[in-house]
Design a protein around this ligand. Structure first.
Ligand SMILES: NC(=O)c1ccc[n+]([C@@H]2O[C@H](COP(=O)([O-])OP(=O)(O)OC[C@H]3O[C@@H](n4cnc5c(N)ncnc54)[C@H](OP(=O)(O)O)[C@@H]3O)[C@@H](O)[C@H]2O)c1
Length: 240
C-alpha cells in the first residue's frame, strides 16, 4: 500500500490533535503544524513516532497571520514530504465580539488565520500536487446570523464559500469539502456544562463530542466522488 501524506494545521491540541492521532492510526504520514504550542508539538510527535515507527511525523512552525511565513509554508512542507495527499485547514482563532465591538485588529486576526491562511495554503497545495483532498474546518454558526462572534463567523462563511468555489475550479483531481462542527469542545476556561447547556437547544439534545467529527473526516476521505460539500457535525444546530 502506498502511504499517504497529510498536512494538518493547528495539529497538536484539541480537535487538531484528535485528527492527527486518528489519521496516524489509519497509516498516514503527518506534517504537524503548530504556532505557539511547541511543547505539545514535540510531545505529540514523540508519541506518534513511538506508536507508529514506520510512519513519518514532522513538526512545522508557522504563524498563519504572518504573510511572510504563510507564503513560505507549503514549500517548507513539500521539501520534507515531496507530495501531499490531504490538507486539513483546522487552525483557527475564535474571538467574541458583536459588530459594534469589533476593532480592526480583532477583525484582521480572524480573517488572516481563518480565511486568508486556508486560501493561500489551499492555493499552494493545488499548485504543488496533481491530486488530493482539502478539508476545511468551518462552524455550524455559518448557517445563522448571530453576531456574538461577528468577525469569526464572517471568516468561516468566507471559508465555506471558498470550499465550493475551489471544488468547482479544481476538480476532478482535487476534491474540496468542509466540516462544520457545533460546540464540540468547550473553549479554554469553560467546562462540560457549557457544552451541555448549548446542546439542550439542539434537536439531538446532547453534545456529540469529537466522534461525529472523526466519522465525517473518514467519510470525506473515503468518498472519492464527494466535493464541494459541507458536513455539519452539530446535532442539528444549523436548523435553529
Ligand atoms: N471546538 C469546537 O467546539 C468547535 C466548534 C465549531 C467549529 N470548530 C472549528 O474546528 C476547528 C478546531 O477547533 P478547536 O477548538 O480545536 O481550535 P482551537 O483550539 O481554537 O485552535 C486550533 C489551533 O489553531 C492554531 N492557531 C491559532 N492562531 C494561529 C496562528 N496565528 N497561526 C497558526 N496557528 C494558529 C493554534 O495552534 P497553537 O496552539 O500551536 O498556537 C490552536 O491550537 C477550528 O477551525 C474551529 O473553528 C470548533
Amino acid at each position: 500500500m502506498i502511504s499517504k501524506n497529510v498536512l494538518i494545521t493547528g495539529a497538536v491540541k484539541r480537535i487538531g490533535k484528535e485528527i492527527s492521532e486518528h489519521l496516524a492510526s489509519k497509516g498516514f504520514n503527518i506534517a504537524l503544524h503548530y504556532n505557539s504550542s511547541k511543547k505539545e508539538a514535540l510531545e505529540l510527535q514523540a508519541k506518534l513516532i513511538n506508536s507508529y515507527p514506520l510512519q513519518k511525523f514532522k513538526i512545522f512552525h508557522c504563524d498563519l497571520s504572518n504573510e511572510f511565513e504563510l507564503e513560505q509554508f507549503i514549500d517548507k512542507v513539500m521539501n520534507c514530504f515531496e507530495r501531499l495527499d490531504v490538507l486539513v485547514n483546522n487552525a483557527s482563532v475564535f474571538d467574541p465580539g458583536i459588530i459594534r465591538e469589533t476593532d480592526v485588529n480583532l477583525y484582521n486576526q480572524q480573517m488572516d488565520v481563518n480565511l486568508k491562511a486556508p486560501f493561500i495554503l489551499s492555493r499552494d497545495f493545488v499548485l504543488n500536487n496533481k491530486k488530493g483532498l482539502i478539508i476545511n474546518f468551518l462552524d455550524t454558526r455559518i448557517s445563522g446570523y448571530s453576531s456574538s462572534h461577528a468577525a469569526y463567523c464572517i471568516s468561516k462563511v468566507g471559508l465555506a464559500h471558498l470550499t465550493k468555489m475551489m471544488a468547482l475550479e479544481c476538480g476532478p483531481n482535487i476534491r474540496v469539502n468542509g466540516i462544520a462542527p457545533g460546540a464540540s469542545l468547550p473553549p479554554e476556561g469553560k467546562g462540560q456544562d457549557y457544552l451541555d447547556n448549548l446542546a439542550k437547544k439542539t434537536p439531538m439534545k446532547i453534545p456529540g463530542g469529537l466522534k461525529p467529527i472523526l466519522l465525517s473526516v473518514d467519510y470525506v476521505l473515503s468518498n472519492g466522488n464527494l466535493t464541494g460539500q459541507i458536513l455539519y457535525c452539530d446535532g442539528g444546530e444549523q436548523l435553529l
